[in-house]
Ligand binder design. Structure first.
Ligand code: GDP
Ligand code: MG
Length: 306
């Protein structure tokens, strides 16, 4: 299957530790066991199998045994391309696992590996992963002043008609390094929009908030108590606003995805979850309905691309 033959060519993006490998490992585990109970029937593997499956096998194996993929799959430089059938249409799902090159480093150095840029240029749909435990927020002036006082200092006098000199000692590198997560994710989307061919107006983006059961514990009981859209609006408001304000460039959905189904560092959770197949651990929330459909972002991207 060449890229031209596919209905949707999906590129997975996100900061380091945003849940990409876990998603792929859980999906691989479900796809390899098509007989598994409640397996998602809307997504299937399309031959040929990827040339090297060691990365996916190791991730699936770790998850099946109740271990985080982090133990085995860290910055391996692996280029994973899965050929799938989603609702009878051929779909490519790819993740270029940038070895040792975190997204933060790419932002600071303003360079990205050519292979990653090629992937972004040729795709026509994006999955953007966000890990709720890894969000740097921007402090407000009020918060910064409170911090300053707590540390025994005095916040600067409010400037009265005085424009303070620009502090040129702060480099671009420092700015990117300490930039809030939303700013980094938006930069990633802007670079993606610029890099892609202009032939794909309104690229669809499925925003996946990973480890969703850490945000909404009710999701494991099939209930929604937190809406992923409302969560983004409260924790990453700039990202929510950016997606809403740029509907001429993007169309988007936001889902909460628990690919592990729970915290694998908690022995009791692991004992309970490992009695179940991956397809029975996974939870996906759109804020109204909870499903076990790990392929939900892909089916939406397919529909949005039609
Ligand atoms: N509790 C919980 N943690 C998760 C879930 N999915 C991913 N994680 C954790 O998020 C971290 C980063 O995941 P990983 O897939 O390696 O991120 P990547 O760097 O984007 O490939 C790991 O510690 C995972 O265990 C989940 O559904 N629930
Ligand atoms: Mg990874």
């Amino acid at each position: 299957m060449t890229r031209a033959d596919v209905a949707v060519d999906v590129c997975m993006l996100g900061r380091h530790s945003s849940g990409k490998t876990t998603y792929l490992g859980a999906l691989w585990s479900i796809l390899r066991n098509p007989g598994s109970i409640a397996a998602d029937r809307r997504v299937a593997l399309r031959g040929p199998l990827p040339q090297r499956t060691a990365y996916l096998d190791a991730a699936a194996h770790a998850l099946e045994g109740g271990e985080s993929v982090l133990r085995t799959q860290r910055d391996t430089g692996e280029d994973v391309v899965l050929e799938l059938i989603v609702d009878d249409a051929p779909v490519l799902l790819s993740q270029f696992d940038v070895a040792g090159e975190s997204m933060e480093h790419m932002l600071v150095s303003r360079t990205a590996p050519g292979q990653l840029m090629n992937r972004i240029e040729s795709c026509n749909a994006l999955m953007l992963f966000v890990n709720p435990s890894d969000i740097a927020l921007l402090a407000t002036i009020r918060q910064a002043n409170t911090l300053e006082r707590a540390m025994g200092g005095e916040p600067p006098e409010r400037a009265r008609n005085v424009i303070p000199p620009v502090d040129t000692s702060v480099s671009d590198e420092q700015i990117w390094k300490h930039s809030p997560t939303a700013v980094q994710l938006i930069e990633l989307l802007q670079v993606s929009a610029l890099a892609r061919s202009e032939s794909v107006p309104r690229i669809p983006i499925s925003v996946v908030i990973s480890a969703w059961e850490t945000v909404d514990p009710d999701v494991v009981r099939g209930k929604c108590s937190v809406s992923p859209v409302a969560w983004v609006d409260s924790k990453l408001p700039l990202l929510g606003q950016y997606l809403r304000a740029n509907t001429s460039n993007f169309r988007s959905q936001i889902l909460g995805v628990s690919a592990q189904g729970g915290d694998y560092s908690d022995e009791a959770v692991v004992e309970e979850l490992t009695r179940r197949q991956m397809s029975e651990r996974v939870r996906v929330s759109d804020g109204t309905i909870v499903s076990r459909d790990l392929g939900a972002p892909l089916t939406w991207l397919l529909q949005a691309s039609a």
